[in-house]
Design a protein around this ligand. Structure first.
Ligand SMILES: Cc1cc2nc3c(=O)[nH]c(=O)nc-3n(C[C@H](O)[C@H](O)[C@H](O)COP(=O)(O)O)c2cc1C
Length: 330
């Protein structure tokens, strides 16, 4: 696989470029029988759309999801769920001046280094627009989780203040409640490892913390360890520095992560750069960009976590002999 598919048992593939005909997602391995319509997905996309605030791009996409497959008579069929968003408001000529130039902080230089050829229009595949496809997949997963009493909610913890022509970053927190103890696989597919990987795959995310996160390195064991208690026969912890995960497996407490988002790379202030041939240039970026990515990335983080949690929950279903027997014994 060349990096456009995430997941093991449940997989999410995204396709399309910022200024191509459309972008889309294919969610495969999703259980049959869940009621699903475009109305379940659309509210998530609406949360990702640019808003009227000065922090968002002025690109105007209606972002109406088209559910192409995997649903019959209003229920999922267990076959690939394909979802499409047509690109309507791409101003590709805004990017003509950038065809041979490398935007500092963006993926132009590295895409050229890898492929020797790139779709420069709006950042092509490295555009934040790709994340709309992730949101479609995650929205479907969030619906299933909700049916199990599990909620995945993200919010902006901090949003930087950009100065004129500049950009800023911020922090997003994701909290998953109702996650039963026992989700996550040992060693390479630890719940925290998989969630961190999913969040780090979002453009502009530079760090992910779980629970106490970086502050854990300056705590003592006696402070960091969450004391166990039992309430009505349920094992809980008094604090949640672990962020709901021990040994890569959920412990029944809320799963808590934070991702740190860098300032938007495309800024209109003059910057030093080079062209494809290595010649020095001063670059001033036009086009439509988010001055701060955080507000639009909140739902993206939520969706990546919903997808990852569901994938691990599905893959954990064969962990116990009794469950295998329940499913397959006559
Ligand atoms: C929701 C979202 C919107 C984004 N909008 C922009 C944008 O308007 N302009 C821009 O230069 N980068 C934007 N980005 C960031 C780039 O996609 C990202 O910085 C780039 O692909 C380089 O990847 P890296 O920052 O992870 O190294 C956005 C990212 C996300 C998640």
């Amino acid at each position: 696989m060349a990096g456009s598919t995430i997941g093991r048992l449940l997989t999410l593939t995204t396709f399309g470029e910022s200024h191509g005909k459309a972008i889309g997602a294919v969610l495969d391995g999703f259980p049959a029988g869940m009621a699903l319509s475009e109305e379940d997905i659309q509210p998530y996309l609406d949360r990702r759309r640019p808003n009227a605030s000065a922090l968002s791009t002025s690109r105007k996409e209606s972002d109406r999801v088209e559910l192409l497959s995997g649903v019959f008579e209003g229920r999922t069929t267990g076959t690939p769920i394909a979802m499409l968003l047509r690109n309507e408001d791409a101003h590709s000529s805004d990017y003509d001046a950038l065809k041979d130039l490398y935007r500092p902080g963006h993926a132009d230089m590295t895409y050229d280094a890898k492929y020797g050829f790139r779709d420069h229009r709006g950042g092509g595949r490295s555009s934040g627009r790709e994340t709309a496809a992730r949101v479609m997949g995650g929205a479907v997963c969030a619906k299933l989780l909700k049916e199990l009493g599990i909620t995945v909610q993200a919010k902006a913890l901090t949003v930087g203040t950009p100065a004129e022509g500049d950009s800023a970053g911020g922090v997003i927190e994701v909290v998953m409640k109702g996650v039963p103890a026992g989700v996550g696989d040992p060693v390479f597919d630890k719940l925290d490892a998989r969630l961190a990987s999913a969040l780090m795959s979002i453009g502009a995310v530079k760090a992910v913390e779980v629970g106490a996160g970086v502050s854990a390195s300056s705590m003592r064991g006696s402070e960091m360890n969450d004391a166990f208690t039992a309430e009505d026969g349920q094992i809980k912890t008094k604090t949640n520095h672990a962020g709901g995960i021990l040994g890569g497996i959920s412990n029944g407490m809320p799963v808590v992560l934070r991702c740190h988002v860098k300032p938007t790379p495309s800024i209109s202030l003059p910057q030093e750069s080079v062209n494809r041939r290595g010649g020095s240039v001063t670059i001033e970026i036009g086009g439509r960009h988010d001055a701060v990515i955080v507000p639009r990335a909140v739902v993206v983080a939520e969706c990546m976590c919903a997808f990852t949690l569901l994938d691990l929950m599905l893959s954990g279903m064969g962990a116990r002999m009794e469950d295998v027997k329940k499913r397959y014994s006559l």
